[in-house]
Design a protein around this ligand. Sequence first.
Ligand code: EPU
Length: 353
Amino acid sequence: MNPGFHYHPDEAISNTMNVAVRADQHLRISHIQKALADVAVRDRWLADANTLIVGGGSNILFVRERLDKVVQLDASNSGFIDEGDTVLAWAEAGLGLDKWVRWTVKQGWYGLERLAEIPGTVGAAPIQNVGAYGVQLSDVLVRVELWDREQQRRVTWQAAECGFSYRHSRFKAEPTRWLILSVTVRLHKTPPHDWPQLNYPGLHEAALHYLDDVQGTTLAVLTPHDFTQIVTRVRLQKLPDWRQPALGSLGSFFQNPIVANNLAAHLKENWPNLPIYPQHEINQSKLSAGWLIEQAGWRGHTQNHAGIYEKHALVLVNLGGARGIDLWDLAKQVQADVFRKFGVRLMPEPLVI
Ligand code: EPU
């Protein structure tokens, strides 16, 4: 009988940064129900705060080369409930986020199309509230099903309980407490009133090129599937392709800093080209970490097989053979230099272990 989980001693943990890291003990869960019914899985693995939960390895920089216990959730079922004009689409945590996004757009549903081509799993997505091109997961998320590792029970949280903000959530704030089991989003069968919203820099041009290539007529006929194709093109122009192992990366390595309006205004006096994105709801200003890093002169810099990506200064890359510590050293130098020049403290976006 399949127990729904498997142990692997001394296992390499794959990650999109291509850093060498091994776990002394590794547990892979393929069936959530069966695994959670097992006392050892619950007590010895999940209740232990030292156990690290890893999704697709696309948002963790492993500085340590050996880990103790690692759990990965492979369970990847998905489905939906028809609500009429909308659907509730759900997926188990082990499903690839990009796979899920592309499946929903194939059904013709609107809502996830801007999140195409993001690496990682469905379960990892709510932790940092993934976002791209004007949408965040929290905009469509309805509920998350969780295992509470402390209280040892299954709970369901509605979106409002998850503490979402820009690249943040309650799961990120309490990293050893929650195992995300599944995610449910509400998607629309008909286009939203502002479809196809293309005002993010670069999207409109990419959409026009796309129309040319597919001999489409007007932007109004774009489908959610078309939108994923456009987003994919924009991403591949700026970001390393996570499907190609040649260059390791974790997407953006730093969060875009959110600062007081008067600091943003003060910086603008000295740096008139500084992009500022006002955050009216919280009365603060978001700056571009990529811009700050580029202005500080780091774009294209390499050392010890680690680098700042030449096409996008927000991306830390492994040119091949860099150790986690080499990448972290470079990131810390960039962080210190940006602080010295602009007085802005950049915070890493991925988890650094
Ligand atoms: N910029 C530069 N130099 C650079 C890079 C960027 O000057 O080398 C400036 C430009 O002014 C550009 C602006 O920064 O217009 C914004 O750049 P971009 O559109 O590439 O977006 P980003 O703010 O750097 C964020 C997300 C990305 C997401 C894109 C698109 C964060 C930390 N990153 O990047 O998310 O794909 O917007 O929505 O919020 C990720 O989280 O891993 C990620 C890739």
